[in-house]
Design a protein around this ligand. Structure first.
Ligand code: A3P
Length: 287
């Protein structure tokens, strides 16, 4: 069945969660509070992982909150229909999540001291993860082939828009003190060190035992066993668990199992061209 995406400012959004009103409200009217903390990502970059990390930091390493409340209720997706209601009613300090590009992020953010944590990932792994996710999630069109999906990704035609524009838009904030960015690859390589850096950014002083507990409970295996974040509780008409797993592989470099040499060369060419203005080195630039 064809999926009728919601379009806002030229970007497609999955229809099950978003409406033009919720997106427009998030952009134009949503009131950011100074003590809000935002988890922002392009899809498949480690959003739910960061949700777990931030929830566990907030509960000082105690896992009971993460193990009893759905991740989307702990950190509402404020630009979606249901998430917006939750976000408006939550007491401060709020933890909030979104995939919004910088140019349609709440306007009121500019005048606030709210913090943004932006997680980004090797775009080649993003597109592979996104491909499998689209197959199991009914709000996304079933990809016809990986080759076509990759082309759509490179052309910025997938839901949530262009990866390049997302990263470039957010990276314009990289020198601001209320903005922190981290890569999926850094989380994989050194979760403990990453958690400590995030705590420092948030001004949360966790002792060693609390940090270890965050690391333990945010591991791939712990998250797979936690139905509050593994997506198994989502209804089958939203996410069909027979077609895959949301917590699929959780590794770096899976693109190497999917890209042909020709696809890899095309990707590199477009990546170099689109990223040259950014002047930044990322962990995946070496591989
Ligand atoms: P894969 O499909 O490559 O396995 P998002 O939350 O932004 O949708 O991203 C989902 C991706 O993050 C999936 O990637 C998922 O497995 C991975 N992920 C989630 N939690 C993780 C964890 N604790 N460790 C490693 N990867 C994790």
């Amino acid at each position: 069945m064809p999926v009728h995406y919601v379009t806002y400012k030229g970007i497609k959004f999955p229809p099950a969660y978003n409406s033009e009103h919720s997106l427009s409200f998030a952009h134009n009217e949503f009131l950011v509070r100074d003590d809000d903390v935002f988890n922002v990502t392009y899809p498949k970059s480690g959003t739910v992982w960061m949700t777990e990390i931030l929830s566990l930091i907030r509960s000082r390493g105690h896992p009971s909150w993460s193990q009893t409340i759905l991740n989307s209720d702990r950190m509402p997706w404020f630009s979606t229909r249901l998430g917006l209601e939750a976000a408006l009613s939550y007491p401060s300090p709020r933890l909030l999540t979104c995939h919004l590009p910088r140019h349609i992020f709440p306007k009121s953010f500019s005048h606030s001291t709210a913090k943004v944590i932006y997680t980004l990932r090797d775009p080649r792994d993003v597109v592979v993860s996104y491909y499998y996710f689209s197959k199991m999630c009914s709000s996304y069109e079933d990809p016809t082939s990986f080759d076509q999906f990759l082309r759509d990704f490179l052309n910025g035609e997938l839901p949530h828009g262009s990866w390049f524009e997302h990263v470039q838009g957010w990276m314009e904030m990289k020198d601001q003190e209320n903005f922190f960015f981290i890569t999926y690859e850094e989380l994989k390589q050194d979760l403990q060190g990453s958690v400590r850096r995030i705590c420092q950014f948030l001004g949360q002083d966790l002792d060693d035992a609390a940090v270890s507990s965050v690391v333990r409970n945010a591991s791939f295996s712990a998250m797979r066993e936690n139905p509050m974040c593994s997506s198994v509780l989502l209804p089958a008409d939203i996410m069909d668990q027979t077609k895959g797993q949301f917590l699929r592989k959780g590794i770096c470099g899976d693109w190497k199992n999917h890209f042909t040499v020709a696809q890899s060369e095309t990707f590199d060419r477009i990546y170099q061209d689109r990223m040259q203005g950014l002047n930044m080195a990322f962990p995946w630039d070496r591989h």
